[in-house]
Ligand binder design. Structure first.
Ligand code: HEM
Length: 483
């Protein structure tokens, strides 16, 4: 009680229960429950999640206030026990609090890992994985088999991220995906003691085996990452790829910084492990989730699919090869499809949580340090004040519009905005565009026998806590496109 007794005007709040506050109102899909609450209580609401005071933002104007006007006061992250442990004491980018360290590591990330030059060096990997994807679908197409596009897209993006980060693929059976999923589940939630910082919370945490679970994931990830780092340090390593992978780049930076004392950030193995974890959490699923939703929306609206195919095929003329960046740049309708998919299905619907760092006032409300902030990008993208027919998938709404997802337009925030905006937008978008363009170019797609467009299930399911997926796998029948 004492902790929450701050003077000031708080945003409206739904009625709370003793002890748990508003926790019971989150439901299975928090972004949806919070959207319903915002319709009752307004675009800025305050919730008590156990002992954590949380501000929920559900309008473009309020998001602009937090992510632009007051970005500097709200761009930290809550420092949870799981994040501290799994990122080796915040030696990462995504979960580290705002400050000198974060600014330095973010610079490294933007300039060294995700720059346009580096993206170019990833091109052969993306092309190679694209060819494998098309080949495997062609086999099914020649027999008229149904293809599980969810599984194929996940394998495609995972192979790219593993090769970019580790320089090699990691197979599904290696247990790596499971550890990363478990890490996401822990990083996207709070321990009982964080929610109820008293003896009861401590007891619940102890009985639930939370610390054991956290230690297990930490140990598994740590030894996996250390193994790969050691492989990279081996003299005479079999370096298949011509270009450096992310571990090579980070190890190289560590060596450079050893020689020059002028640099503020000296990259250690802990930094590499923290950054790798961010890359797997950020990159493994987000692009594949988008590819699946785009294909599902197009399968539901065959006229839109035809229009996209005509555009791509007209730019390809009679070329039977894969589509290159040059053709993709000309495919304006494809780009509208990607934007519309990210509007209706942002993979991280609540972005990543932020934390207020210093007191400020906005719209007559007071915000205090340590308050957690969640931006409901999913709800904002459905606001009828910003979007006509918001629930409809209409890529054409972006024709002649300057609205983009790069953090300048607060009605469309799939990558966030402000200082914490996703640093890998170009890589994420490239994977989505390349996959969609090739899937639509090389094949015509139909629904499995006996299924109608209206039967296609579009239900969402919470991933491991930070992302949402299409609940059921997307299964479609590919037919080879004959020029
Ligand atoms: C379609 C693909 C992607 C989507 C929709 C997406 C979305 C997001 C979102 C919503 C955030 C939080 C922004 C905020 O707090 O305001 C974020 C942060 C981040 N993303 Fe992405 N992302 C994608 C792809 C990637 C990829 C491919 C990587 C790396 C390989 C990546 C790495 C990161 C990192 C490191 C952060 C933390 C930035 C920070 O806190 O400074 N993301 N992303």
């Amino acid at each position: 009680k004492n902790r929450n007794r701050k003077k000031g005007n708080f945003p409206p709040s739904p009625p709370k229960l003793p002890i748990i506050g508003n926790l019971h109102q989150l439901g299975k899909l928090p972004h949806k429950s919070l959207w319903h609450l915002s319709q009752l209580y307004g675009p800025i609401i305050s919730l008590n999640l156990g002992g954590i005071q949380t501000i929920i933002i559900s309008s473009a104007d309020a998001a602009r206030g937090f992510l632009k006007t007051h970005d500097l006061q709200t761009c930290s992250r809550p420092q949870t026990e799981s994040a501290r442990k799994l990122t080796h004491d915040f030696h990462d980018i995504a979960f580290s609090p705002y400050g000198d360290y974060w600014r330095e590591v973010r610079k490294v990330c933007v300039l060294e890992l995700f720059s346009l030059k580096r993206l170019k060096s990833y091109q052969p990997i993306i092309e190679h994985e694209m060819n494998s994807l098309i080949e495997s679908i062609s086999e099914s197409a020649s027999c008229g088999d149904v293809v599980d596009l969810t599984e194929k897209s996940m394998a495609f993006t995972a192979a790219i991220i593993f090769r970019i980060a580790f320089g090699k693929k990691v197979c599904k059976g290696d247990g790596f995906h499971e550890v990363v999923n478990e890490a996401e589940a822990l990083l996207g939630s709070y321990s009982a003691y964080e929610l109820f910082p008293n003896l009861v919370g401590k007891a619940i945490e102890w009985f639930s085996g939370y610390q054991k679970r956290l230690n297990k994931v930490y140990n598994e990830l740590n030894s996996l990452f250390q193994e790969v780092i050691d492989e990279h340090l081996c003299v005479g390593r079999d370096h298949e790829a011509k270009e450096d992978d992310i571990i090579d780049v980070l190890l190289g930076l560590g060596e450079k910084q050893d020689q020059s004392a002028s640099s503020n950030l000296s990259i250690t193995h802990d930094h590499i492990k923290g950054i790798l974890l961010n890359i797997f959490l950020g990159g493994l699923d987000t692009s594949s989730i988008t590819i699946v939703w785009a294909m599902a929306e197009l399968a539901k609206k065959p006229k839109l699919m035809k229009k996209a195919q005509q555009e791509i095929r007209s730019h390809m003329k009679n070329n039977r090869g894969n589509i290159t960046d040059k053709e993709i740049e000309q495919c304006q309708y494809l780009k509208m499809i990607v934007k519309e998919t990210l509007r209706l299905h942002p993979p991280a619907p609540l972005l990543l949580p932020r934390q207020v760092m210093s007191h400020f006032e906005m719209e007559g409300f007071d915000f205090y340090p340590k308050m957690m902030v969640q931006i409901n990008a999913w709800a904002i993208a459905r606001d009828p004040k910003c979007w006509k027919d918001p629930e409809e998938f209409i890529p054409e709404r972006f024709a002649g519009s300057c609205i983009d997802f790069r953090g300048q337009h607060f009605e469309l925030l799939p990558f966030g905005a402000g200082r914490r905006i996703c640093p890998a937008i170009n890589l994420g978008i490239k994977n989505v565009e390349v996959a969609l363009a090739n899937l639509l170019y090389h094949f015509d797609w139909k629904l499995p026998e006996g299924m109608k467009e209206e039967d296609l299930d579009m239900e969402e399911s919470l991933g491991f806590s930070l992302t949402i997926y299409k609940k059921l796998p997307l299964k479609l029948v590919p037919l080879p496109y004959i020029t």
